[in-house]
Design a binder for this molecule. Structure first.
Ligand SMILES: NC(=O)C1=CN([C@@H]2O[C@H](COP(=O)(O)OP(=O)(O)OC[C@H]3O[C@@H](n4cnc5c(N)ncnc54)[C@H](OP(=O)(O)O)[C@@H]3O)[C@@H](O)[C@H]2O)C=CC1
Ligand SMILES: O=C(O)[C@@H]1CCC=N1
Length: 274
């Protein structure tokens, strides 16, 4: 595998690096650039990867360049990396929400193979879900390289057009937070019913884990699994009817659309600033 450089060593880069190392990647082949000294120390201690404070040093000679900074920082990061990118012409993998491939190429002032993808933080445990889209300059071997990097994070899915990456972002990129909110709400509801915080937390978390495992391992649809829990006129039916009366599916649909629109907005915001 080519040397790979991560620009930005925050939450998502750390999750991806953890997945790669667990998948057998050599730490010596992974470079990370990041301004926070303590984050670099942690990455070096935990995973043995090479760490840099200067993005250009990390990008030197890299065959794969992963852009893992906040979308709002990406233009300035690309402009600074321009000389290295124009010299080494790496495959660029961007995980930045919203930012479009055409913007990245413009900021690098180069026609490059760019894979735009959207992973999620369960990548940390190899349980991530990533959507990927490649521009026409990405060759079949480069596509396989990008997929190899993200396979270490869990499930990978290629989407047929770039706009769908904004949908992936809204569904699985941000998605873990929706489930965490659900678990928080369940935990708080149990606490409000008089249960200890500790027991409420354990029950809510284990239920999320069990439901997730059933969804992935049973091969059944969510609807089928839901129906199996729901005894006629039983307790689950009472809860589901309450959720329906409160328009739970519409609430989720609106939330997903808000996330998708925010992705588009982030791209437009960077357009107006660059
Ligand atoms: N978190 C998530 O679940 C997901 C995030 N993403 C995307 O991943 C990207 C990173 O998000 P996330 O990891 O959550 O964010 P973080 O803030 O945790 O990570 C970004 C890191 O980049 C560092 N940084 C800032 N400026 C520079 C620079 N000029 N050069 C190099 N590094 C820099 C930041 O340091 P400092 O804190 O000092 O600014 C920070 O440590 C975003 O674009 C986001 O859209 C994609 C999928 C899921
Ligand atoms: O909230 C965000 O913007 C990023 C992208 C997907 C998950 N976290």
């Amino acid at each position: 595998m080519n040397r790979i450089a991560f620009i930005g060593g925050g939450n998502m880069a750390t999750a991806l690096i953890a997945g790669m190392i667990r998948h057998g990647a050599q730490p010596g082949g992974i470079a990370v650039a990041e301004p926070r000294a303590e984050a670099l120390q942690e990455l070096s201690r935990e995973y043995g990867v090479a760490t840099y404070t200067d993005n250009l040093d990390a990008a030197e000679g890299a065959g794969i360049l992963v852009l893992a900074v906040k979308p709002q920082k990406l233009a300035e990061v690309c402009l600074h990396l321009r000389p290295a990118v124009q010299k080494y012409r790496p495959v660029v993998i961007s995980i930045a929400a919203g930012i479009r491939i055409a913007q990245i190429e413009r900021w690098f002032d180069a026609a490059l193979p760019v894979v735009r993808c959207m992973p999620n933080t369960p990548a940390m445990f190899g349980a991530g879900a990533t959507g990927l889209y490649a521009n026409a300059r990405v060759s079949a071997p480069q596509r396989a390289q990008a997929q190899h990097v993200l396979d270490a994070a869990g499930l990978t899915v290629w989407v047929p057009d770039e706009d769908q990456i904004d949908v992936v972002t809204a569904v699985s990129g941000s998605g873990p937070a929706y489930f965490f909110l659900m678990v928080e709400a369940l935990e708080n509801a149990a606490f409000a019913q008089g249960m200890s915080r500790e027991t409420a937390r354990a029950l809510a978390a284990q239920t999320a884990m069990g439901a997730g495992r059933m969804l992935v391992d049973s091969g059944e649809t969510a609807a089928t699994l839901r129906q199996r829990v729901t005894s006629p006129n039983g307790t689950t039916q009472a809860a589901l009817e309450s959720l329906q009366a409160d328009h739970f599916p519409a609430i989720v649909a609106r939330a997903v659309d808000a996330a998708r629109r925010r992705g588009v907005e982030l791209s437009e915001l960077m357009e107006s600033q660059s």
